[in-house]
Design a protein around this ligand. Sequence first.
Ligand SMILES: Cc1ncc(COP(=O)(O)O)c(C=O)c1O
Length: 411
Amino acid sequence: MSFSVEQARLLFPALAANGAGHTPVFLDGPGGSQVPSSVIQAMSDYLLGGNSNLGGAFSVSKRTEQVLQTGRESAQALLNAPSANNIIFDANMTSLTFKLSRAISRDWKSDDEVIVSRLDHYSNVSSWQHAAADKGARVHSVNIDPQNCNLDYQHFESLINQNTRLVAITYASNTSGSIVDLQRVIAKAKSVGAMVYVDAVHYVPHGLVDVQALGCDFLVCSAYKFFGPHLGIAYVADPWLEHLAPYKVEPATNIGPGRFETGTQSFEAIAGMTAAVEYLAHWNSDTGDLRSALVKSYQQFNAHEQALSHHFLERLSKHPHAQLYGESSNQRLANRTATFSLRWPNHAPEQIAGMLADHNIATWHGHFYAQGMMQQLDILNKGGVLRIGFMHYNTHQEIDQLWDLLDQYCL
Ligand SMILES: Cc1ncc(COP(=O)(O)O)c(C=O)c1O
């Protein structure tokens, strides 16, 4: 079936009218997406069929092992990892990053350097600051270009050198929607032998990742941002899968991805994530493999989201006093996600979000842990921004509802 927003919306119970007859408008996707029924069903099916840990001789335990393996294969297809063994799970992206940063930094020394960026959510900043502080290593932070909130590539290139051990970089900003030219960043990092750790949390609901084409060492994402449940997913490239020594309990396995998975995983969340990947892939009539189905679905999501962005920017152009933090050109929609951050001179972001909430429209206000960007733009202590984020289930009509209110309130 090809993608249509009307068909998609029918699959998401939370998008339907609530008891009071109001249809909620979710423009808060960058904070967490809504979930199709198939994901909810897969999670309850796992628990209804019996709950167990791994490694038992009995059938429910064997089924749990299968759920875990299928989950790894689904994430493998989503990220185009070479093997399901390159996939590890944890509660969320932040926990994964703290955990991996401890293992990655074990042999860092005081003359080593790490590069983080102001475009990043602080999960991909603080983890490395702590790891570096433990070893006396130095941390550099790459600025953004304040004109368009893209990464300042020249600044990045001035910071990297033979001592750089790791570059921690986002694929896309959860605030400005800026997409990073990862090919350029990774090529530069590899030229000095540095590892690259990519935060793809904001990118995955909007763009299809290919870790093999990127050549990154690590890439992390979160299923609750791509129509699944709360679950963190990491891709760990082959050499590190074997050569890193994670902090783990002694009796736990020393082989494969399980080495990195401390404690018992949320198997119901892994079952839900598998259903989310199937949902993403089902928007085409082909009977090809999961990865090629994903490629076709994402092409359709991209076309729809770019049309939404186009319409949003057209209505924004009637607001000369609004300040947009990010790319504003319709010609550069492929360089951004459909995530927009704004400020108006006479209203705090929180006030506007409150007014919209009174009309059943969910948006976010504040800094979203993108503290470095807010500091550079000098808005961290001024209430941050109003963030409006579109997913492929959003409509032109919802954008009009939003702007009809903003036209009255903010002009
Ligand atoms: C870009 C980005 N990275 C990382 C995170 C942290 O993800 P998690 O909540 O899975 O720890 C978020 C959460 O909002 C995010 O937007």
